[in-house]
Design a protein around this ligand. Structure first.
Ligand SMILES: Cc1ncc(COP(=O)(O)O)c(C=O)c1O
Length: 364
């Protein structure tokens, strides 16, 4: 048997008729930028997340950058973030000319460790990026508490956590502003690049609406600096509207796969993540091993696709060597140990069983 890490053809097959109908509707209407589909998706996704406002954008990295600009981050400000989440927040922070201040992560959840946060905040820290990594909510209540005391904005990176909940409240309404990517492999994926922000703050939404369109407050009148073209387009919004009603069901399928891995992978050299509750939508099924390369080779030889999310910590990237003096022991160990196993809604139970058997049969 061969089990791919992900299979978008299979995942999208059941939506094909819906996608075609959506495509026909957009083409027939003849409006391709900021029309009815974007407005409808924004309203539907805001309702799903339980927030007052959603602003559709071109991708998740723009969502992070424009959200940071909207909460007031400027050149030379500090922004607290983690270094094990694929560099996206670092890219957004640096695009503004601000500085990432890296916080180590919790050893179990691999999300930002609030106990290490306070000591890192400076008088010029304007925002904290809380990344809900692998689909699991960061310790957002505690992060918010620390941020509120110091009047620092909390920007949630929800790119991997569409639908994750804490006490029934969704990712995207737990901080000041939430940032989403709808990259095709995400839990809610478009058929290309797409992104959005969500917020309950009308002024923040208003600022991001201006920033996504050249800094316009009204057509051809530019009064917000830092703008660009970062519009969600009508076709992608229409595709996302086809998939959104099925998101909960697909998240449940991903959760079942991760739970099964957690229960049944029994190997002394493989560490499984904590079981997923409603706070985790199992975007990725990430196990850890000190002998990762051997495990990866074994799985590859068994026909099981894997990947590493992410192999290089942000402060160890060639671009960010200036931050290399930072010590992040948990982050660095995680980068050396993490391995993503297949996890996608259309996976069969035979495939899940096969991955588990392959893991358990590994003799390092
Ligand atoms: C945690 C996280 N943040 C941000 C992004 C950036 O999103 P995009 O690729 O849409 O720019 C991604 C995904 O790619 C991500 O996984």
């Amino acid at each position: 048997m061969r089990v791919p890490l992900n299979d978008l053809r299979r995942c999208n097959a059941s939506f094909a008729a819906g996608f075609r109908a959506a495509f026909d509707r957009v083409v027939a209407r003849g409006s391709f930028i900021l029309g009815d589909e974007v407005a409808a998706f924004e309203a539907e996704f805001a309702a799903f997340c339980g927030v007052g406002h959603c602003v559709g954008l071109a991708n998740g990295t723009d969502a992070l950058e424009l959200a940071l600009r909207a909460v007031g981050v400027q050149t030379n400000d500090d922004v607290a973030t983690v270094a094990n989440a694929g560099m996206y927040s670092t890219v957004a922070i640096r695009a503004i000319g601000a500085r990432p201040r890296y916080v180590d992560v919790d050893d179990d959840t691999l999300t930002l460790s609030p106990s290490r946060l306070d000591a890192l905040l400076t008088p010029t820290t304007r925002a904290i990026v809380a990344t809900h990594l692998y689909g699991r909510l960061a310790a957002i209540d505690e992060i918010r508490r620390i941020a509120t005391v110091r009047s620092i904005a909390v920007v949630e990176d929800c790119a991997q956590a569409h639908g994750a909940r804490s006490d029934g409240a969704h990712a995207g309404c737990l901080g000041d502003i939430g940032c989403f990517s709808f990259y095709p492999t995400k839990n809610l994926g478009a058929l290309g690049d797409a992104g959005a922000i969500t917020t309950n703050d009308a002024e923040l939404a208003h600022r991001v609406r201006a920033l996504r369109q050249y800094g316009w407050r009204e057509k051809y009148r530019v009064d917000v600096d830092g703008g660009r073209n970062s519009r969600l387009d009508e076709l992608q919004a229409a595709m996302l509207r086809v998939r959104l009603p099925h998101l909960e069901q697909e998240n449940a399928a991903r959760r079942r796969i991760l739970s099964t891995y957690v229960e049944r992978i029994r190997h002394p050299e493989i560490r499984v993540p904590p079981p997923p509750g409603e706070d985790c939508v199992a975007h990725l099924a990430v196990v850890r091993s000190a002998k990762r390369e051997s495990l990866r080779r074994h799985l590859h030889a068994s026909g099981v696709g894997t990947d590493i999310h992410y192999p290089i910590a942000d402060h160890r990237q060639p671009l960010t060597r200036d931050a290399a003096a930072v010590a992040l022991p948990v982050t660095e160990r995680a980068c050396a140990e993490v391995l993503s196993l297949p996890c996608f809604a259309a996976m069969t139970s035979a495939e899940v069983d096969y991955v588990i058997e392959a893991c358990n049969a590994w003799g390092p």
